[in-house]
Design a protein around this ligand. Structure first.
Ligand code: SF4
Ligand code: SF4
Length: 141
């Protein structure tokens, strides 16, 4: 993984099913406040940031979307892949009240790795859900 300080562009990939209802506000808030999965990003640096969904189960569209995006941004702006990082939203990576993590998480990560992009997990981390996860209340961890 390239040093996070060398990243300039964050692509947040979110669960397509969850985004039928969720605006993504808490992901945006977590980034703005540099909390949860964004805590390691320096606060004094500005980033380009884009949200996209996985495209629906099994997440295969992630490859097509990111492939086209990386080709476009390289052609238009000369941005190489090592300046881009993919951040998987917590509704994909974490057990929570609504559901266990995405059953295709490893597959999605493999698709992103195949494109030569760095990937990180988590966005918004709910204090209540984190306590419940640690207490094993969801029964899947
Ligand atoms: S992590 Fe939360 S705020 Fe972000 S897309 Fe998923 S449900 Fe919405
Ligand atoms: S593949 Fe995973 S992240 Fe995508 S819609 Fe299905 S459950 Fe959600």
């Amino acid at each position: 993984m390239t040093d996070i300080k060398d990243k300039d562009y964050i692509v947040v990939v979110q669960c397509h099913i969850v985004k039928q209802r969720c605006s993504g506000y808490y992901c945006e808030k977590a980034f703005n406040e540099r909390t949860g999965g964004f805590a390691a990003y320096p606060k004094d640096k500005s980033y380009r940031i884009m949200n996209m969904t996985c495209g629906g189960c099994c997440g295969r569209a992630v490859h097509r979307k990111l492939s086209l995006f990386t080709r476009r941004i390289k052609k238009d702006e000369g941005m190489e892949k090592d300046r881009i990082v993919v951040q998987l939203s917590s509704c994909i990576t974490k057990d929570n009240f609504h559901a266990p993590p995405c059953p295709h998480l490893d597959y999605i990560k493999a698709l992103i790795a195949r494109l030569g992009l760095d990937v990180r997990e988590d966005t918004f981390i709910s204090d209540i859900s984190e306590k419940r996860r640690k207490a094993g209340l969801y029964g899947t961890n």
